[in-house]
Ligand binder design. Structure first.
Ligand code: DNO
Length: 344
């Protein structure tokens, strides 16, 4: 296990030196943020990120994310060109020592929340999701908290129209096509691909979502068995669905899990939830049980504390403050240490 920390590059208000001061931290998880989706990242941009991380005593072995162009998800003819660019991105990442790339295959929208500052009784705040509030939104004119508004209203409308009628099956086939294309490059470079689950793990705004739980993983690995085709085990995303038994999944897929996003959430009604600090007692995700299942089943991937709360008056990028993620990292490092020593 290697403990890592997400760092949003040079624009991140959290200095690398602070990340290094979290004991047990091996490296950062970052990305090139200023290249349009679907284009090739400059090798020099990757080299710069790596040298900044290394100068602070940190590694840069995980990239989150290399985003997948919508045309690939849609299966359009231009997917060939965008997939070639993606392959070059994998090669460039490998050249600077990257071992794992996190990505997702969610149509149009990445993670969705309806409240960025859900206030807890102790005065801290976190992200929260309310199904009714989401259903009341107009997908054609979205102003969602935390969602980077990379599309204009017209672009968003046009994109949603392109997805009209797309089935889960078609989207899955497009994912399989993409993975079969890139796997030879992963075999050649040794880079592991780690698909992030859909967050939350159900369809939103009528768009199909296909990485929601065990059945999805089963058909994905049956279609693309290459060991470089792996998982980002995001406990907050998978854990939002009560159908997912996270301890069982962690054990079953421990060797496919190249990257683990460990975080906590608490159910608050049927499909509603709010996020919380990482400790097992703080919510409905059995963080301890997951760590134990990972260790016992030979997990060798990267870990990062995921979304924390805003505590001690911090007003950070939603989910990505320093303090609560640092506490989470220390808690997780402690759990791994205890379980690993018990297992020996
Ligand atoms: C949210 C993150 C996601 C994740 C992407 C991976 O905080 O977990 O945005 O980075 O879905 O592709």
């Amino acid at each position: 296990m290697k403990m890592t920390f997400r760092w949003y590059g040079e624009k991140d208000c959290i200095p690398l030196a602070y990340i290094k001061q979290i004991q047990g931290m091996s490296g950062v998880v970052t990305a090139v943020y200023d290249t349009p989706v679907g284009e090739v990242w400059e090798l020099s941009a990757l080299e710069r990120l790596k040298s900044l991380a290394n100068a602070a005593g940190l590694e840069m072995e995980v990239i989150e994310s290399v985003p997948v162009h919508e045309d690939i998800k849609l299966g359009k003819p231009s997917r060939v060109r965008y997939t070639e660019a993606y392959k070059q991105n994998i090669r460039n990442c490998a050249k600077v020592g990257v071992k794992c790339i996190c990505y997702n295959f969610m149509p149009v929208f990445d993670w969705l929340r309806t409240d960025l500052k859900f206030v807890h009784p102790d005065g801290s705040n976190s992200l929260a999701y309310d199904g009714a509030a989401l259903a009341a939104l107009d997908p054609d004119d979205l102003h969602l908290p935390g969602w980077d508004e990379s599309y204009s209203k017209d672009e968003l409308g046009a994109l949603l129209a392109e997805y009209k009628g797309m089935t889960h099956e078609q989207l899955f086939e497009n994912l399989v096509w993409f993975l079969r294309e890139i796997m030879p490059v992963c075999d050649e470079t040794g880079v592991n691909m780690a698909i992030h689950p859909d967050d939350p793990p159900w369809d939103v705004f009528g768009l199909p979502r296909i990485v929601c739980g065990e059945a999805d993983y089963e058909r994905l690995f049956a279609a693309v068995p290459d060991p470089h085709n792996g998982i980002t085990f995001c406990t907050g995303s998978l854990g939002a669905s009560r159908e997912n038994d996270l301890v069982a999944l962690a054990g079953k897929y421990a060797k496919r899990i190249h990257f683990a996003h460990l975080r906590q959430l608490k159910y608050d009604g049927d499909v509603n939830f709010y996020e919380n600090g990482h400790q097992t007692a703080a919510g409905d995700v059995d963080v301890f049980g997951i760590v134990r299942a990972l260790v016992r089943n030979g997990f060798e991937g990267y870990v990062r504390p995921d979304h924390g709360r805003n505590v001690w008056g911090e007003d950070a990028k939603p989910g990505y403050g320093l303090y609560d993620r640092a506490m989470g990292a220390c808690y997780l490092t402690g759990l791994f240490e205890a379980v690993e020593k018990e297992e020996k």
